[in-house]
Design a protein around this ligand. Structure first.
Ligand SMILES: [Zn+2]
Length: 151
């Protein structure tokens, strides 16, 4: 289940981020060109905002690409009733409580299944927050309406 969540997050957001990064990159080049041509500070300001936005998108892409599904592991705890030796093993289909599962490596008595559980160690929820697009777009619109007034 977790694998699907991570997979669908990537499938949903990577293309969006890709398009945004490309658009922001093109815009940045355009703004830098305009600044070089006109020397107007409005363009350099807009280019700065744009490059910050671009960095943020690239960082989000990096974070999203790094996102991995860590599978939960079902383990079977076997314990020797005689000497108290116990160990965790990978759960095998057909394991049940008090099932005899091999011999104790210490004393040779039968090992019994003492527990079957999901191991939580290493388990993490996907740490991902989608880009706050409205905020970014609002910044853009503010910046560009400022540019138009400046003209
Ligand atoms: Zn034992």
């Amino acid at each position: 289940m977790g694998e699907n969540i991570v997979g669908s997050l990537k499938k949903k957001w990577l293309p969006v981020y890709g398009v945004l990064a490309a658009a922001t990159g093109v815009l940045l080049v355009g703004l830098m060109y305009l600044y070089a041509k006109t020397g107007a500070n409005d363009y350099s300001m807009a280019a700065m905002v744009d490059s910050l936005f671009l960095l943020y998108i690239l960082w989000s892409i990096y974070k999203l690409a790094k996102l991995e599904f860590k599978p939960r592991k079902v383990v079977t705890l076997v314990r020797c009733e005689k000497c108290g030796y116990s160990e965790e093993r990978d759960y095998a289909r057909g394991d049940y409580l008090f099932k005899v599962k091999g011999q104790c490596p210490k004393c040779g008595a039968p090992l019994l299944v003492a527990g079957i559980y999901v191991k939580e160690a290493g388990e993490e929820e996907p740490d991902f927050t989608p880009l706050p697009l409205p905020t970014g777009l609002a910044t853009f619109i503010t910046t560009f309406s400022g540019l138009k007034r400046g003209d």
